[in-house]
Design a binder for this molecule. Structure first.
Ligand SMILES: [Zn+2]
Length: 326
């Protein structure tokens, strides 16, 4: 009846699982995953973050087993965030030699040397006011914050960090860090820049995990307006000029158009940060039985790959690595 109608039969390529697998365009791999974790001062601590079920702040003595597990699962890299005991106006804990992050990096490089350790380089977890730099006249002072950021990066690399990931959104942070690293002899350490970081409500649960909620105001004078697209290109462009080796887009899920823009406009590897709020929403819905967690997570991370991400920072990394091995 319909055989002489002229239309294209797209369903031919979907007839079986094998057929679908040979025409699949994008793939999620274990190598794409970067596992974020929180190291806290103290001993014997494993504090589950209430808004992020399955994610815990770990003390140093609990870090090694966690990192061995990550490595065993085939995840090649982790990104470390610190939760210090003491905070001050200028975030001293971020750049002291025995800071919590520096201690964690040393320990991991000693115990699980194959694991690539990415150091998040910022001050907000270490400042008493919770902002990402030094405060002058009620706002973050750009240039003064750069100096401390560069100092933080150098101390993290001295501790053994393989990649520096500056996240505070000060102008010039890539060149300031690149110059400081080069002067210290660390010319081969790459910079994974949080080039495009929006001022986002999706960061809520992270602030509980990293204890980094600003004590006054917000971060809108340095993080980007979610309404802007061209501004993302400008941000990434200057970071590339300043020497960034990777470009991060954060958050990921509501910003897949930006991930694609960055992929299309630059030749550097693109990293999507699947942030805490994106994780918490899935977990909450899954706990209520409203969604199929595994299918949804795989679909959403694959959509980040499809959008152009080469790498994905995700709290789901361990689950995904397990699912990929099934
Ligand atoms: Zn920060």
């Amino acid at each position: 009846m319909t055989s002489n109608l002229n239309f294209k039969r797209h369903r031919r390529l979907r007839t079986s699982s094998s057929m679908r697998s040979i025409v699949r365009e994008n793939h999620l791999r274990k190598e794409d995953l970067i596992y974020p974790f929180f190291v806290i001062e103290g001993e014997g601590i494993r504090n589950e973050v209430s808004s992020m079920p399955g994610v815990s702040q770990l003390s140093l003595d609990n870090i090694v087993d966690e990192m061995k597990e990550v490595h065993m699962l085939g995840i090649p890299s982790v990104i470390v965030f610190g939760v210090p005991d003491a905070k001050d106006e200028v975030g001293t804990g971020a750049y002291v030699n025995d800071g919590i992050v520096q201690q964690a990096i040393r320990l991991i490089k000693e115990e699980v040397p194959e694991l690539l350790v990415i150091a998040d380089t910022c001050l907000c977890e270490f400042t008493s006011h919770g902002h990402c730099g030094v405060i002058h006249d009620g706002d973050v002072d750009n240039d003064e914050s750069l100096e401390l950021l560069a100092k933080t990066a150098v101390s993290q690399v001295e501790a053994g960090a393989d990649i520096i990931a500056p996240s505070n959104m000060m102008d010039g942070f890539v060149i300031a860090i690149r110059t400081a690293l080069d002067e210290a002899g660390f010319t081969s350490i790459p910079i994974m820049s949080y080039a495009v970081k929006y001022s986002s409500a999706f960061y809520g649960p992270f602030r509980e995990a990293a204890d980094s909620t600003p004590q006054f105001g917000d971060r809108k004078s340095y993080q980007m307006d979610p309404a802007n697209r061209l501004e993302a290109i400008r941000e990434a462009e200057s970071d590339i000029e300043e020497g960034a080796d990777f470009l991060i887009v954060k958050p990921a899920l509501s910003y897949l158009d930006i991930v694609r823009d960055i992929k299309d406009n630059f030749n550097a590897p693109v990293v999507a940060y699947n942030v805490s709020g994106e994780y918490a929403m899935v977990k909450a819905a899954a706990m209520n039985g409203w969604i199929d967690e595994k299918s949804l997570v795989m679909e959403k991370l694959t959509s980040m790959k499809r959008a152009g991400a080469d790498l994905i920072i995700t709290y789901f990394a361990k689950d995904v690595a397990r699912w990929l091995s099934e």
